[in-house]
Structures are given as structure tokens and as C-alpha cells.
Write a protein that binds this ligand. Structure first.
Ligand code: PGA
Length: 254
């Protein structure tokens, strides 16, 4: 697939994989992705496995991401992890504002924006997640919800920071449910988000920013989703937990 924007396929392992299991997974992944140059391939293990996975993927095509971080740089925040600590472990990307965190940890757009600014200050590239719930889609509020999230969690970044940010469109009703957005639903939302970026930042930024789709991405639907003009990659949950399915998703995406 020949796109202006480099594809980015990231595996969000969520709260899965011990260190031993994580190392096995990346060992199994490496051969299948060794010759893939047309996509950024990222794995996002839990914090506890980052250090060992970082060592295991050195010199490979696989890059490292984290699933969350603190909005603060350092200090008395028991249980939190700072951006700088992630950088030290060779982490390049950090998922922010995943719908599970918005829901269970009550993360707000404002907090996600702060985290994104902190991530950039430390040289991490945030993957900022947005997406509507089923009731919101059914009520015809998808665009309103996306606009609120995009404005709230991205407006406040500098143009340069926005250029280095990845957006993940993840309709909440498609996450872990086996229900994927149709290609036209995905394309419509991606185009809407890109249009907003043009309005809130500028046309060049809108053209350059990568927008991933997430929500029940599988080897069988990756090709069709990635064929859409505004879909620049995938954020994969369940299917990234096994080397074979994640490798097939990557291979089918390029
Ligand atoms: P899923 O999760 O692929 O299991 O639907 C995607 C995500 O939550 O990032």
C-alpha cells in the first residue's frame, strides 16, 4: 500500500503478559517482521515488562510503547510512572486516554492533554485515543463526541507537538467485542478527525498526522481497514497477544 503517511501498527497488550510471557511473544514476533520497512511496528507491554522487552527488541524492527504515564514530571505521586522513566527504557510511544482509562480511571480530556504535553516534553510520542460509545453513535452524536475529545485532549499542543502525535480512533463499542467498525464508518470518522485537525492546527499537520483505527482489528479485516485513505494503521488489543495474529495483521496492513 502506498501512502503518504507511514503506517503504524501498535499492539496494546493491556494488563496481560508476565515478563517471561512477554519475552516469548517478542521472540516469536521478530522473525515475521524482520523485513517489514513500510510500517512502524510497536508493542506496548505492561510497565513491568518494558525493561526486558526493550533489551529483547534492540536491533529489531520492533519499537517500544507504554500504555499510560503520569502528567507530572516527578515527585510525590505514589504508584505513578514518569515520562522520563519510560524514556530511559527506550520507550518511544505512549498510549494516552485509552477508553478503558477514560472509563475506569475517569481520565478527562484535560488530563490527557496534560499527559500529552508532558510526554512531548520528555521526547515521547503520544498515541492519543478518542472514540464514541455505542449509545452516542446510536443517538447520532459520534461527531460531536469526537470533536469534544479532539479539542479537549489535543488543542493546547504546539503545532510541532501535534505533528509528532498519533491519534487512535477507537469506537468504544468495537473494543474487545468482536464488532469492528465497517470500513466506511472508520473512514468517515478518520476523515472527520483529519478535518478537525486542519481546522484546529493547519492543513499540513492534518495531512501529516497518522490516525490509527482500533477496535477488534484481526488478520481478516486489517487489509480492508487499511485500504481506506485516512486510516494510517491499527491499534490492536486482543489480536496482538499472539505472535501469529499480530504478524498477519502487520503483513495484511502493508
Ligand atoms: P481490541 O482492543 O483489539 O481487543 O478490540 C483494541 C484496543 O483497546 O486498543
Amino acid at each position: 500500500m502506498n501512502k503518504e503517511r507511514k503506517l503504524i501498527v501498535a499492539g496494546n497488550w493491556k494488563m496481560n503478559k508476565t515478563v517471561v510471557e512477554a519475552l516469548q511473544l517478542v521472540r516469536d514476533l521478530k522473525p515475521g517482521v524482520a523485513n517489514i520497512n513500510d510500517a512502524d511496528i510497536v508493542v506496548c507491554p505492561p510497565f513491568t515488562a518494558l525493561s526486558e522487552v526493550a533489551k529483547a527488541i534492540r536491533g529489531s524492527r520492533i519499537q517500544l510503547g507504554a500504555q499510560n504515564m503520569s502528567e507530572h514530571e516527578a515527585g510525590a505521586y505514589t504508584g505513578e510512572i514518569a515520562a522520563e522513566m519510560l524514556r530511559e527504557l527506550e520507550v518511544r510511544y505512549v498510549i494516552l486516554g485509552h477508553s478503558e482509562r477514560r472509563q475506569y480511571q475517569k481520565e478527562s480530556d484535560e488530563l490527557i492533554l496534560q499527559k500529552a504535553q508532558t510526554a512531548h516534553a520528555a521526547g515521547l510520542q503520544p498515541i492519543v485515543c478518542v472514540g464514541e460509545a455505542l449509545a452516542e453513535r446510536e443517538a447520532g452524536h459520534t461527531e460531536k463526541v469526537l470533536e469534544g475529545q479532539v479539542r479537549g485532549s489535543l488543542m493546547g499542543l504546539s503545532k510541532e507537538q501535534m505533528r509528532q502525535t498519533v491519534v487512535a480512533y477507537e469506537p468504544v463499542w468495537a473494543i474487545g467485542t468482536g464488532k469492528t467498525a465497517t470500513t466506511s464508518q472508520a473512514q468517515e470518522s478518520h476523515a472527520f478527525i483529519r478535518g478537525l485537525l486542519a481546522k484546529l492546527f493547519d492543513a499540513t499537520i492534518a495531512r501529516l498526522v497518522r490516525i490509527q483505527y482500533g477496535g477488534s482489528v484481526k488478520p481478516s479485516n486489517a487489509r480492508e481497514l487499511m485500504s481506506q485513505p485516512d486510516v494510517d494503521g491499527a491499534l490492536v488489543g486482543g489480536a496482538s497477544l499472539e505472535a501469529q495474529s499480530f504478524t498477519e495483521i502487520i503483513q495484511n496492513s502493508i
